[in-house]
Design a protein around this ligand. Structure first.
Ligand SMILES: CC(C)(COP(=O)(O)OP(=O)(O)OC[C@H]1O[C@@H](n2cnc3c(N)ncnc32)[C@H](O)[C@@H]1OP(=O)(O)O)[C@@H](O)C(=O)NCCC(=O)NCCS
Length: 164
């Protein structure tokens, strides 16, 4: 077991997930339901946050998601997710979704999303998470942009705070 305080490289927690679009995923136009793609995005991103923190995590914020192109029945859906930024207990994960036609090999980028997660201790309270080490130019850019993006999420959260 690694020490939970040791920083980890962004590449060590990255996740790639593939799914085949089946009839139960689609609408009457034979393209995928947005909600199915969103659940796959959430799953892939949650696995990144768990792999990074080695803790249970919950989703606290999902950025605006837009679908740029339809994904059709029979397409392969490739979801790439990686850790962009770490706060104290919060983690920002970036996700890119691609649709691949397995017969032509043509791949289209259909969606980008950003999700914030919080790592939890054994009684469900936020717990401090190890730092992240961005290595490549892309990872460094995502880290810099991620710091700004998660602050924006927190501002939105403060504005929309629900009293329970
Ligand atoms: C996760 C949870 C326990 C955190 O409790 P909390 O009272 O908000 O705790 P805090 O205010 O200390 O926030 C913890 C961290 O999350 C961050 N955070 C909270 N809400 C956020 C949001 N909407 N967007 C981005 N960051 C957020 C805080 O800024 C803080 O970050 P830091 O530790 O890195 O500084 C609580 O919000 C919760 O249970 N939410 C429901 C999660 C859930 O069930 N998700 C599944 C889908 S419904």
């Amino acid at each position: 077991m690694t020490n939970l305080n040791d920083p980890k490289k962004a590449s060590e927690s990255a996740v790639e997930m593939r799914n085949l679009v089946m009839p139960n995923h689609t609408n009457p136009q034979n393209s995928i339901f947005g909600g199915v793609v969103m659940s796959w995005i959430d799953l892939a991103a949650a696995m990144v946050a768990e792999r990074h923190s080695n803790r249970p995590v919950v989703t606290v914020h999902v950025d605006d998601i837009s679908f740029k192109a339809p994904i059709k029945i029979g397409d392969h859906v490739l979801i790439k997710a990686s850790l962009n930024f770490v706060g104290n207990s919060s983690m920002l994960v970036g996700v890119k979704v691609y649709a691949e036609n397995p017969f032509t090999g043509i791949t289209r980028h259909t969606t980008t999303a950003y999700l914030a997660f919080v790592a939890l201790d054994d009684i469900g309270r936020p717990i401090k998470v190890r730092g992240v080490i961005p290595e490549t130019e892309d990872e460094k850019r995502r880290f810099t942009e991620g710091a700004i993006r998660i602050e924006e999420m927190k501002k939105k959260n403060a504005k929309n705070k629900i009293k329970v």
